[in-house]
Design a protein around this ligand. Sequence first.
Ligand code: HEC
Length: 97
Amino acid sequence: MAVLASALIAGLGGGWLAAQTRGNASELVVNPLPPDQRQQLVTGRCIICHSLETIAQQRQTREEWAVILDRMITYGMPMLPGDREIILEYLATRLGQ
Ligand code: HEC
């Protein structure tokens, strides 16, 4: 999965159109998350376990996103120091209520 995630992160460099490989078939899909300088980080982390549509559909307050994010961390979401604030800021401003 780490290989897939880094391939995605590398693939996302060009913009908000993400070329994602699903199985053996390569297809171009539009990243449903709102474009932003933090989109790449959030995409790379969240797509490890589920589709981005799951996230893009949601509108939550900052507090609600914090609860969800902490639940994803307990599920085993990889986090580097400082990531939580950046991801939370993105979710709260781009997918906020
Ligand atoms: C380690 C695996 C994992 C990662 C990484 C992960 N999730 Fe999840 N996520 C889950 C699982 C499992 C569920 C379904 C169970 C649930 O709803 O708690 C879920 C469900 C969700 C839901 C729908 C349920 C709800 O409470 O509304 C949202 C929204 C969500 N994740 C957001 C995110 C975001 C945002 C990220 C990236 C910052 C992320 N997830 C990364 C495992 C993960």
